[in-house]
Design a protein around this ligand. Structure first.
Ligand code: PLP
Length: 387
């Protein structure tokens, strides 16, 4: 049976070249990068090389990159670390209602347990945030603005450069969750006016369980984990050297292909969107049609549960998703789709296809062949379907 993987927003396959680069750091080169002997220094040199690759890819300085265990830790670190460091200045944070739970739940924790106040800004029906709303929400107590670069469910790319400019004018630290954009669309920390930025390895053909937080020099932040003096005293614990080497290799590989890959994926994405909307009645695209990630297609196919579509697609060998992998076991409608104004029924009839390096045009063609058939079959069995 065919196996077509269209769930790259959940995770990507680790590139075989990345695996090859990582392997020596499990056995031959196993040193602790904090050790001063040659084993340690060999591991440290590899780790610093990876740091340099990531920093130069972002237009940042090497010492501004802190290695973490992934996107969730980076988001927690950025939000809690900046909030605690600036507590004397104020207690107000601005974020959006469609953030990943790593950001939303960090904010909710600060609200409930630590007395912070959080403004959750709305988005319009296309999933876009208005920078003017950010400006209006700022008070003299605002100490952090955290807005994601692109949403993991609907792929909508936010105007973070403008939001960053507003934050900069007011002297407020600006964090962007770039887990879905890092390595997929161009990011330069100065052009985007960001002070903190979260990265995860497994979304760009790197390993799972490794990531980074970019922190602009001069940004006030306190450590999130306490222990040894690794990462210049900012993140305790022995570094995941093999993972970090893998992340560095993933960045090196993606750098070579990013522009061409973006064009290729945009053409596949638009073919898939058109194919679905033209051939399946009562289907709609969720999120802005063009201000979205090159690889993301999120559609609602009304009168059918997204889970039923997902299981039927899986039987045809196609892996997709109904939304965020982190909440896929919950039966609650997606907070992102509800924020666009969708009803619970329509939100429940949604599917996300996210393509990647290994997606071929014939995969999209096959999906476009089977999806209308599955839709017809499921609708014919649905008591809600009266057309
Ligand atoms: N932020 C966004 C936007 C994500 O899509 C994800 C993962 O899906 C995360 C954060 C969490 O990243 P990780 O799985 O590396 O903890």
């Amino acid at each position: 049976m065919r196996k077509i993987y269209l769930d790259c927003a959940a995770t990507t396959m680790t590139d075989p070249q990345v695996v090859k680069a990582m392997l020596p750091y499990f056995a031959d080169k196993f040193g602790n990068p904090s050790s001063i002997h040659s084993f340690g220094q060999e591991a440290k040199a590899a780790m610093e090389e990876a740091r340099e690759k990531i920093a130069s890819f972002l237009g940042a300085k090497q010492e501004e990159i802190i290695f973490t265990s992934g996107g969730t830790e980076s988001d927690n670190f950025a939000i809690k670390g900046v909030a605690y460091a600036n507590q004397k200045k104020g207690n107000h944070i601005i974020t959006s209602s469609i953030e990943h739970h790593a950001v939303l739940n960090s904010c909710k924790f600060l609200e409930k347990m630590m007395g912070f106040k959080v403004t959750y800004l709305p988005v319009n029906k296309d999933g876009l945030l208005d920078p003017k709303d950010v400006k209006k929400a700022i008070t003299d107590k605002t100490i952090l603005i955290s807005i994601m670069h692109a949403n993991n469910e609907i792929g909508v790319i936010q105007p973070i450069r403008e939001i960053g400019r507003i934050a900069k004018e007011k002297g407020i630290p600006f964090h962007a969750d770039t887990v879905q954009t890092f390595g997929h669309i161009s990011i330069n920390v100065d052009e985007l006016n960001v002070d903190l930025l979260s990265i995860s390895g497994h979304k760009l053909y790197g390993p799972k369980g490794v990531g980074a937080l970019y922190v602009r020099k001069g940004t006030r932040i306190v450590p999130f984990m306490h222990g040894g003096d690794q990462e210049r005293n900012r993140r305790a614990s022995t570094q995941n050297v093999s993972g970090i080497v893998g992340l560095g290799k993933a960045v090196e590989l993606i750098k070579e292909e990013m522009d061409a890959e973006m064009k290729r994926l945009i053409s596949l994405r638009d073919k898939l969107i058109k194919g679905i909307l033209d051939n399946i009645g009562y289907s709609r695209l969720n999120g802005h049609p063009t201000k979205r990630l090159p690889n993301n297609v999120n559609v609602s196919i009304e009168y059918i549960e997204g889970e039923s579509l997902l299981l039927n697609l899986d039987m045809e060998g196609i892996a997709a998703s109904t939304g965020s992998a982190c909440t896929s076991s919950s039966l609650e409608a997606s907070h992102v789709l509800l924020a666009l104004g969708l009803s619970h029924e329509v939100a429940h009839s949604s599917l996300r296809f996210t393509m990647g390096r290994y997606t071929k045009e014939k995969d999209v063609d096959f999906l476009l062949e089977v999806l209308p058939k599955i839709t017809d079959r499921l609708r014919s069995m649905s008591p809600l379907w009266k057309h």
